[in-house]
Design a protein around this ligand. Sequence first.
Ligand code: JFZ
Length: 489
Amino acid sequence: MRKHPFTGITQVLAVAGIILAVQRVAIGEGTGGAGKPESSAAHDARMKWWREARFGMFVHWGLYSGLAGTWEGKPAGTSGGMEWIQQIVKADTDTYARAAVPKFRPKPGFAREWAWLAKEAGCSYVVFTTKHHEGFALHDSQVGDFEAGSILQRDLVKEIVTALRAEGLRVGFYHSVIDWHHDQYAYALSKQLPHPLKGKPYPNGARDHSRYVQYLHAQAEELVTHYGRVDVLWWDYSAQDFQGDEAWRATELMAMVRKHQPAIIMNNRLFRTPEAGWKSMGTDGFVGTLDWRYGDFITPEQHIPDTGMPGIDWETCMTMNTTWGYSEHDHQWKSSEALIRNLVDIASKGGNYLLNIGPKADGSVPQESVDAMRAIGAWMKVNRESIVGTTASPVARPAWGRITARESKQDTTLYLHVFDWPKSGELTLEGVPNKIRRAKLLGGGKLTAESRNGVICITCPPNAPDPVDSVIALTLDGPIVRLPQAANP
Ligand code: JFZ
């Protein structure tokens, strides 16, 4: 809710303030805002919890959730991101708001259900949309009126953060720098970024993009100062032709966030350059390097990289059906088997899995997503130690599944994730010469393991304990000797 509307003299003073701020940047103060480069040790310390977490829940929720993929009584589509519905139907923001606002009715206590679900599934963190491309902010903002404070007299960000913290979950804010509502967002500056009015003249005359950027920074500052510790900032997104300092004053934006939240972890989507890990447009191509000034991790979307990337932190975000925001028309749900195996595949390559739910307008979670999260949770209850706190496999990917690892000074535990249980009654692992200490099945049951001609052979019961993924914890002496052919799968 806007408490101090800019009018008359205050507006003049505010604009003067902006001009002064811009001048200060121009003469050097605040440029290269990240300051001194961070040491590797400091970076590792900051990334520690995130690297251990391996599994987070993503939430896409906004006005689009109430439209549910339907515009004027007809499906806007049956697959793909329905949080883009304003763009799909090319609605201006007033038309969109008139249709969507009356439908967005969060029920009391909705956020606790999200938190319980994430906790039950075994997630360590939750990243949720504080504002998506539609421009509607879920917090009670003082610098705008297209936000929950003005429209619902609620602070939904506060409700969500409170619920997540109560379950001991880490908190991440997704925040869109693309904005289809703000009347100074100069969409004509980019050919590559989406906007419902793209190709049309600005309906309100010339736009001053710097005023939008001022608003973007002000809302981001509210988000990182009003809600206690924020663990992740998940920016979205930039294009080759519009990105970084030019589009968002990104270096300054990141420095401001870091000033208030020194330990925060941010993604790479304020930029679209090789230094920020990007190959080009799209969300699957990444170069093998990342300069931390542009983000702490890269963000493969709907895609699991073929191999891990040594030295680069990454997080695959993925939908359970094909849309991020709720759609009543999308029934292409992935099986819980596929989701569990994705989590394992990602962990075996040293990445994180950020799995999305798209709650409805009242905040309730679609039953299919509740069921899937619970199925993952049931698997995690037995097998959590093979995911949380593990590292990428030090040995090549076996034909029967995946491997995650936990190394200590004295020994190494390899978690053998068996997707295809051996019909022969024997599971083999090649290329690991270490002496065997013990083998056991997670969930109970000792197994015999022996080394024959340098091949580890584990005798297995006839039926798979878990048809999705049975995990054998194989503990070996010392560190794993990484053989040249055993490159990280
Ligand atoms: C973005 C959003 O547009 C989408 O709605 C969702 O929030 C997802 C997690 O992130 O998706 C993108 C981002 C970039 C491209 C495509 C989709 N791109 O560069 O082509």
